[in-house]
Write a protein that binds this ligand. Sequence first.
Ligand code: RNT
Ligand code: ZN
Length: 467
Amino acid sequence: MLISNADGGGCSSAWLEPQTVDLVVAGSNPVSHPKLDPPMNVNLFPRPSDKEIEHLYQHARDAYAQLGVDTDRAIEQARAVPISLHCWQADDVVGFEVREGAVDSGGLKATGNYPGRARNGDEMRQDLDQVMALLPGVQRVNLHAFYAETDGKPVNRDALEPRHFQRWMDWAKARGISLDFNPTFFAHPKAADGFTLSHPDTGIRHFWVRHGQACRRIASAMAASQGSPCLINHWIPDGAKDHPADRWGPRARLIQSLDEMLAEKLPGCVDSVESKLFGIGSEDYVVGSFEFYSHYALSRGVVFCLDMGHFHPTETIHDKLSALLQFHKRLLVHVSRPIRWDSDHVVIFNDDVRAVFQELVRGNALDRVTVALDFFDASINRIAAYVIGARATRQAILYALLEPVNGIQDLEKAGRLAQKLARMEGMKQMPWGAVWDMLCLRSGVPPGVAWVSAVESYEREVLAKRR
Ligand code: RNT
Ligand code: ZN
């Protein structure tokens, strides 16, 4: 392309002389890329030997000890934090319900069509077994009501009973894990117009109240079976796409419904309510907003749930924890990863997740929060999605526990703010990965990304055969 400056305006400066400039036109000037592909014989998922892990760990332990951090203690603490694995990554939030005809997915959408989706309870449990074999630390499993197993018979949501989850309870017991639970207030004809517990039609509203009541009895049965509480999280999709003329009525009805639903005292059933800012089809108005549920939970003594994807796209939740936990006894955190919206991407070891656990560790509040995963990506191997997300979450817990909290807080108290910032930045170059690998070794699971080959074998032997 030529740009010519030829107006001949009598200007004599050299730089205004008629000249030609070569501009690079896209595609006309091929850039040669360095060859980035590794030779085929390079293993990108190596398994360091136990000896190597021990060796690197000794160095890391000393480096952290200099800062007053006990890595052995951090490993034990990080392993002990239960992470509740959401079953719905295995099947793209489809459920096993026996239904007549298709239903609206109710504001949740997994995108992608990677082969190997779990289609029934046995496949899902098989997948979760494989996932858990690759995860260090304490795991729980979080079920939704529409994963009931009803032997091929349609059972409506308000008629669900503990026996429809017997196989799940037996499976969990055999593995020594505990279950959490969720009523399913979506993907149902009675949720098709976007309202459930706040519905203006009393019949529909009562149907969903009965569903919630049935689910709470199931949660209580799970608690009895596992000998410890079952957390039941109530999320409803209720809201409006565009400016509702009445924002008040649905909220008043939601209080009424929740009160009816939660009235029965059930041993071992711990309720939580999950807020949201916007959703698919509820862009303008969500009945169960942050303020609504925070206040509801406080006033009724139930747990408040924050999902990391349920806020303004640039808003993060870590700063809310020290505010909410001044008042709430307990919170549930749905660890998720929003990209531009509540997209439920696979959780990774990013700033947002680290900041959540740093806040909890700094405030000595790790045991006042229940950690549950909530993401669903159907575009990649689903087992790997679980392993990446669950490991990233526990890595963030470990990373936070490796911080010299007293040290940096003392620097701050002394007004040595640049030193505090320098130390915080310096933590990023500490050998936390060597501590993580030791955590894996002590838990009997592959370190680093050496778990990938197990997932590849599972894909070949199990997932690829699901057609
Ligand atoms: C939806 C909520 C909710 C669901 C699960 C399936 O926006 O995050 O927690 O993802 O209940
Ligand atoms: Zn959630």
